[in-house]
Design a protein around this ligand. Structure first.
Ligand SMILES: Cc1cc2nc3c(=O)[nH]c(=O)nc-3n(C[C@H](O)[C@H](O)[C@H](O)COP(=O)(O)O)c2cc1C
Length: 180
């Protein structure tokens, strides 16, 4: 089985991204070795003051564990029409240039609003394309997340749940093909 790391892409307490990530991990657990990472555990305090390019042990440890995978699934909330600033800071402290080279990546957006984090996901796609990741074509957008998602059951709409399952099954296959 391949290894897929999920990133809950915010440090907000009680985050919906973390709940969605937890649900998705359970769904994928019998299909891949899945591990869940959260930006609430990234050592932000150690990068305050512009430590770009410096060797920071805590950052190296977080990044090394996260990057040790065959593919990455980003679960991304929408904040002010974009993705959380802490996600960009995390990306800016990844090893450059190689961290994402030829790595399969997939995206789930979640938001209170009607577009389900379409804008943040598309922006993140641009950035990860620049970092030479391999973007999986199916994305998922969860709008009105508090109303439409349940931590135990997934998405309340059968149609959207079907799309989510197709995306996750397809991503596992995509990672297998790239790894083979
Ligand atoms: C700082 C901040 C900005 C937000 N901006 C938007 C927004 O632009 N569009 C939107 O639909 N929802 C917005 N929301 C609502 C979030 O998308 C929604 O609560 C989401 O579930 C938050 O994800 P999280 O619980 O993982 O932090 C915002 C929430 C926060 C905390």
């Amino acid at each position: 089985m391949n290894t897929i790391h999920i990133l809950s892409s915010t440090d907000r307490p009680g985050s919906n991204a973390l709940k969605v990530s937890g649900y998705v991990k359970e769904f994928m657990d019998d299909k891949a070795n899945v591990e869940l990472f959260s930006l609430k555990d990234f050592p932000y305090a150690d990068v305050v003051g512009g430590k770009y390019g410096e060797d920071i042990e805590s950052v190296k440890t977080f990044n090394k564990a996260f990057l040790d995978a065959d593919g990455f699934l980003f679960v991304v909330p929408e904040y002010n029409g974009g993705f959380p600033g802490v996600l960009k800071l995390f990306i800016d402290y990844l090893p450059f240039p190689e961290a994402m080279d030829n790595m399969p990546v997939s995206f789930i957006g979640e938001a209170a609003g009607s577009f389900g984090a379409l804008r943040p996901v598309e922006h993140l796609q641009q950035i990860l394309s620049y970092r030479k990741a391999l973007i999986f074509s199916e994305r998922m957008f969860i709008k009105g997340v508090d109303k439409n998602f349940d931590r135990a059951e997934g998405l309340k709409s059968d149609m959207l749940q079907g799309l989510l399952e197709d995306q996750l099954n397809g991503f596992v296959e995509f990672v297998e093909k790239v790894s083979a």
